[in-house]
Design a protein around this ligand. Structure first.
Ligand SMILES: NC(=O)c1ccc[n+]([C@@H]2O[C@H](COP(=O)([O-])OP(=O)(O)OC[C@H]3O[C@@H](n4cnc5c(N)ncnc54)[C@H](OP(=O)(O)O)[C@@H]3O)[C@@H](O)[C@H]2O)c1
Length: 293
């Protein structure tokens, strides 16, 4: 188990990516704090974790992520019930699709607020309770960004602007807290079969082939929360790039993918641009190599 005994809080954990990641972290032995606005969904996530019979603690608290007082209150409760927090996954998000000239301004600011102010509130409220006394086991603050950074999507003005904005927020955190034992990273998923993207059709079994299942993202989150990533900081992890890496790992004979040094040459030959993008993230490539070998 890669996360045994760690305390991890996940926002937006009632459905979609947050739910899948919460279950995956619990399977790796973490105690979990779950939050969103919808208690029924959170209780479903909790139930699915409890049915695994692993015996980890699961705490459910509701809050509107854009209201700081509510977020501060639930983090105090997570700390009271779990103890110091090893990792936070700031994942709650909202989206909406309209041409910019028809985009309702209220809706626009709601999306910006959930996706930027929500992440800010999460960090501000969690900071006091992060376990940051050990440089060998740094606290993790991991944000779910989007491939909308840096590839803007037409008709998603608020969403694209928010996902660019939250990269700025990450850079700010990295600078401000560089002397503390906290790492800040971001996963940038492409299209995922969730309510945010497919509404009520999410999970109906008819997703387009180029769309990921939420659970296909689990390994990225587990990696960043794990001890392997203790020195991984200020990284924007593109699932697009790593999908290419994973495909090449799968088609490479095992003797040529024993470690980064061996595999790097193959990757550079087959996908030079991806190689150049991920070589700074070789710890994650190694993580995928180890899980395949
Ligand atoms: N799906 C994709 O294609 C895709 C691609 C790239 C990145 N992402 C990112 O992935 C993250 C998770 O999204 P998802 O795709 O899993 O969507 P989802 O299934 O709609 O889940 C979104 C989660 O965020 C919570 N949330 C939304 N507004 C909130 C608020 N004001 N306060 C508290 N919680 C709130 C929702 O719960 P309540 O509504 O009950 O509060 C829900 O649990 C988002 O940051 C999104 O931008 C998604």
């Amino acid at each position: 188990m890669l996360l045994k005994g760690k305390n991890i809080v996940i926002t937006g954990a009632g459905r979609g990516i947050g739910k899948a990641v919460a279950i995956a972290c619990a399977k790796e032995g973490a105690n979990i704090g779950l939050t969103s606005r919808t208690v029924e969904e959170l209780n479903n996530t909790k139930k699915e974790i409890e049915e695994l019979g692993i015996g980890v603690k699961v705490i459910v608290k509701t809050a509107n992520i854009i209201k700081y007082e509510e977020v501060a209150e639930i983090f105090k409760m997570f700390h009271d019930e779990l103890g110091l927090l090893n990792g936070i996954i700031a994942n709650a998000g909202a989206s909406g699709r309209w041409a910019s000239h028809e985009f309702d301004s209220e809706k626009f600011s709601q999306i910006i607020n959930v996706n930027i102010l929500g992440v800010f509130n999460t960090f501000k409220a969690a900071y006091l309770y992060l376990k940051k006394d050990d440089k060998k086991e740094k606290a993790r603050f991991l944000i779910t960004g989007s491939a909308a950074y840096p590839n803007a999507m037409p008709q998603f003005a608020a969403y694209t602007a928010s996902k660019y904005g939250v990269v700025g927020l990450l850079k700010e955190f990295v600078l401000e807290y560089k002397r503390e034992n906290i790492t800040f990273n971001m996963i940038l998923p492409t299209m995922v079969d969730t309510k945010l993207l497919r509404g009520k059709k999410a999970g109906d079994g008819n997703k387009p082939d180029n769309m990921m299942h939420p659970f296909e993202l689990n390994e990225y989150y587990i990696f960043v929360m794990s001890d392997d990533a203790n020195r991984v900081n200020d990284e924007l992890i593109s699932t697009n790039d790593f999908q290419v890496v994973k495909n090449i790992i799968n088609e490479t004979p095992s003797e040529k993918r024993k470690n980064w040094e061996a595999f790097s040459k193959i990757l550079e030959e087959k996908a030079p641009k991806v190689h150049s993008n991920v070589k700074k993230q070789k710890k994650l490539v190694e993580f995928f190599l180890n899980r395949t070998n």
